[in-house]
Design a binder for this molecule. Structure first.
Ligand code: PLP
Length: 459
């Protein structure tokens, strides 16, 4: 008899009521963000003008391992949580691997990705602090869509700068944001000084997350009662996403297994950290039977900050409005190729993840665009879900590990995050199926030049 597809869910009362803050348990704490002019470490107060106060406090909290999820946020989580943990029997069979493959399916959220897990608390904190307007950036549109929906839940006005190439490649995400009442502008635009500067130098600039962040930050700092929200990279975003891993931990227990390998795709690190950190806490504490787990971040070969970037202080945006962050980076002037995984086209990695990589607690692999879509198509055919182009990177890394198990005969347990579905990304699949997609090769000299330009920013 063939094995049935198996899915694990939690009861409402088992949905976590706290997020896990890995900073409290890290032996080497992340270095502080610093002010670009004074090079002095930032305090939460320095961040209050830009972010909701609660998010600023969470960002720099290195002492509390557990942070309460507000009851109103937990109520909204219940709209779609728990998300299923699924044993991917059909994928295992197609690969002929003895590995046990599980995935956490974040694509079932109303917006189709994990991004809503942080959009809800960020919008909630803005609302409770009396903020009326919120700005943000979005790449593929997943974050913009999630924040637009969360903003509409709590009565906020949302303005989104969407990376121009994605605005054109993924028009329906714009429609989704507009359905929830958000105002969407392709970036770079003429509506900000940062955008004007970029377009003056390069009228055909296709935009990047770094550019869109500059525009959103500029609008937030020049508009009364307006805050800025970010969908990835920052510590408080990964904190909110730990609801994924905390649920997955309970669900793996229901399945009677513990992961040997945990894998997620990597843009700025929020879905990776969200799944990985709750499991990594056992490794940090050296717990019996739980300290061997490997953690793998899968990034695109065309935007390889973890595998080919360097650990340096860098700006989070192109114009240099943000604090300097200690991170693995390709340099804020790095221009990523126009791959379809829009959510992975960012020059830097989150501060926590950067420190963990430096300390050898995690690994990173890079995946070419064609390998990612090949993996995504196999997953769609076997498991019946069309994955987001971003998530395809995690699937490709999972397949690599599962095939290694096939060679060695090891029955490893692999857990990966299905960060989103690709039903609004079919233009990308269309091009892949028509044979119109390519791999991009990044030459070492271009890479080095962008990174070396950071030397004069170092504290
Ligand atoms: C935004 C996004 C990502 C990348 O962002 P992270 O912060 O690295 O998780 C990955 N997958 C999907 C579906 C996304 O929308």
């Amino acid at each position: 008899m063939s094995k049935q597809r198996k899915r694990y869910f939690l009861n409402e009362e088992e949905i976590p009521n706290q997020w896990y803050n890995i900073q409290a348990d890290m032996v080497t704490k992340p270095l502080p963000p610093v002010h670009p002019a004074t090079k002095k470490p930032l305090t939460p107060e320095d961040l209050y003008p830009l972010f909701a106060k609660e998010c600023a406090d969470q960002e720099l909290n290195q002492t509390d391992a557990w942070i309460d999820i507000p009851e109103e946020v937990r109520e909204k989580y219940k709209y779609y949580r728990s998300t299923p943990l699924v044993r991917a029997y059909a994928l295992e069979k197609a690969l002929g691997t003895p590995a046990h493959i599980y995935f956490k399916n974040e694509s079932v959220s109303p917006m189709g990705s994990h991004k809503l897990n942080s959009a809800i608390p960020q919008a909630y904190y803005c609302m409770t602090e009396g903020v009326s307007n919120v700005t943000t950036e979005t790449g593929a549109g997943q974050w913009g869509a999630s924040l637009s929906y969360a903003g509409s839940m709590f009565g906020l006005n949302i303005a989104v700068y969407q990376v121009k190439i994605s605005y054109e490649q993924k028009p329906y995400r714009r429609s989704i944001m507009q359905t929830f009442g958000a105002q969407v502008t392709p970036s770079p635009s003429m509506s900000t000084r940062a955008g004007k500067d970029i377009l003056t130098n390069d009228p055909n600039n296709q935009g990047s997350l770094g550019t869109a962040i500059s525009e959103a930050v500029e609008l937030a700092t020049t508009t009364p009662n307006c805050k800025y929200c970010l969908g990835s990279v920052l510590n408080h975003v990964s904190l909110h996403q730990t609801v994924i891993g905390l649920e997955a931990e309970k669900q793996m227990e229901m399945a009677g297994e513990y992961p040997d390998i945990v894998i997620a795709c990597f843009g700025g690190g929020s879905n990776f950290g969200g799944l990985a950190f709750p499991f990594m806490r056992h490794r940090i504490k050296g717990e019996n039977g739980k300290s061997h787990t490997r953690f793998i971040a899968a990034e695109p070969a065309s935007c390889p900050k973890l595998t080919r970037g360097e650990f340096k202080y860098d700006f989070g945006d192109e114009a240099g409005y943000t604090p300097l962050l200690p991170m693995f980076t390709l340099g804020h002037n790095f221009k990523p190729a126009n791959i379809h995984a829009g959510g992975l086209r960012y020059h830097g990695a989150g501060v926590i993840v950067s420190q963990l990589l430096k300390d050898g607690l995690m690994e990173a692999v890079d995946i070419e665009q064609l390998e990612s879509f090949e993996a995504g198509c196999l997953f769609a055919k076997t498991e019946g879900i069309i994955p987001a182009p971003e998530s395809c990177h995690a699937i490709a890394a999972t397949i690599r590990e599962a095939l290694k198990c096939k060679e060695t005969g090891e029955e490893k347990v692999i857990l990966f995050n299905l960060s989103g579905h690709g039903l609004v990304d079919m233009a990308a699949y269309d091009q892949y199926l028509a044979g119109n997609l390519q791999n991009y090769h990044l030459d070492e000299n271009t890479l080095k030049a962008d990174i070396e330009s950071l030397d004069n920013l170092q504290p």
